[in-house]
Design a protein around this ligand. Structure first.
Ligand code: IPE
Ligand code: IPE
Ligand code: MG
Length: 262
């Protein structure tokens, strides 16, 4: 009874505690692992619609998938996991849906902070903070503050993120630095541009996964994905399982990365 109550209060259900497939994971660890995996979590709305539920039910279920995939990535030893959670274009959605999405960081803080801390995971946000409601920013800063000393996997939520916006902001800042004499025009190179992006301290993603069958980038990490391996699956994000995540990594391990060489 107490257990049930605790599960209800924390948003966990028994089905939620799927153990990772240890054998499969150990086999994966023998191959080259991507350092950074970035995911476009898509298909929440369609998942809900198919079940006759409102779109927000899909987002709620999608949050549970976030928990599962975070666990799988961490157990596997991935160094950085980036999740596209809200794009600069997603403001075009109905107000109720946007409000619900903006409430999810606080919800996730309540249900998952303890486990993330226990796992030594560091939580970050990639995107423009201004424009976000204060309760969303508050949850994000609590996440950052509580996990800032953590040295394990870096879990980044791309929130109010747009790659074109990111590049535009970087250009503006670089120009300011040149104007103020802090930087010489000749010093502008690829490395310097990378350092002015939200992802400054992260390696470029080795693997980018998109769920829901859409074969597009939707303004995600346009600079950083230059040489990433891309993996698309028809599965909607709420149905994306740890097994499917491992399948994507297995697929990555079969690829031959040439970076323009032979
Ligand atoms: C992805 O699912 C989540 C966000 C964009 C926030 P969608 O909400 O885009 O779901 P579909 O693509 O409409 O099914
Ligand atoms: C991309 O999904 C954004 C996120 C997953 C947060 P969208 O559903 O917004 O992308 P489009 O509209 O299908 O390109
Ligand atoms: Mg979508």
């Amino acid at each position: 009874m107490i257990q049930r109550l605790k599960q209800w209060l924390t948003g966990y259900t028994a089905a939620d505690q799927t153990p990772v497939d240890r054998d499969r994971m150990e086999a994966l660890k023998k191959g080259p692992l991507p350092k950074h995996v970035a995911i476009i979590m898509d298909g929440n709305g369609r998942w809900a619609k198919k079940r006759g539920m409102p779109r927000i039910a899909g987002h709620r279920q999608g949050m549970i998938t976030v928990r599962h995939i975070t666990r799988a990535a961490d157990d596997l030893g991935i160094q950085a996991l980036t999740l596209y959670s809200f794009s600069t274009e997603n403001w075009k959605r109905p107000k109720d849906e946007v409000n619900y999405l903006m409430g999810l960081p606080a919800e996730f803080l309540r249900t998952d902070l303890d486990e993330l801390v226990e796992r030594n995971i560091q939580v970050r946000m990639l995107g423009e903070e201004e424009q976000l409601p204060s309760h969303t920013l508050d949850a994000i800063s609590k996440f950052k503050e509580a996990t800032k000393e953590n040295t394990g996997m870096v879990l980044s939520f791309a929130l109010n993120y747009g790659a074109r916006r990111e590049i535009t902001e970087a250009v503006r800042r670089i120009i300011d630095e040149v104007k103020s004499g802090k930087l010489d025009k000749e010093q502008i190179d690829e490395e310097l541009i990378s350092r002015h992006l939200y992802t400054a301290e992260l390696p470029d993603p080795d693997l980018m996964i998109r769920t829901s069958g859409e074969i597009r980038i939707s303004n995600f990490m346009l600079w950083q994905l230059a040489y990433s391996e891309l993996y698309f699956t028809d599965v909607q994000w709420p149905d994306f399982s740890q097994e499917m995540f491992f399948e994507a990594i297995e697929d990555f391990q079969r690829r031959s990365r040439r970076y323009g060489a032979v």
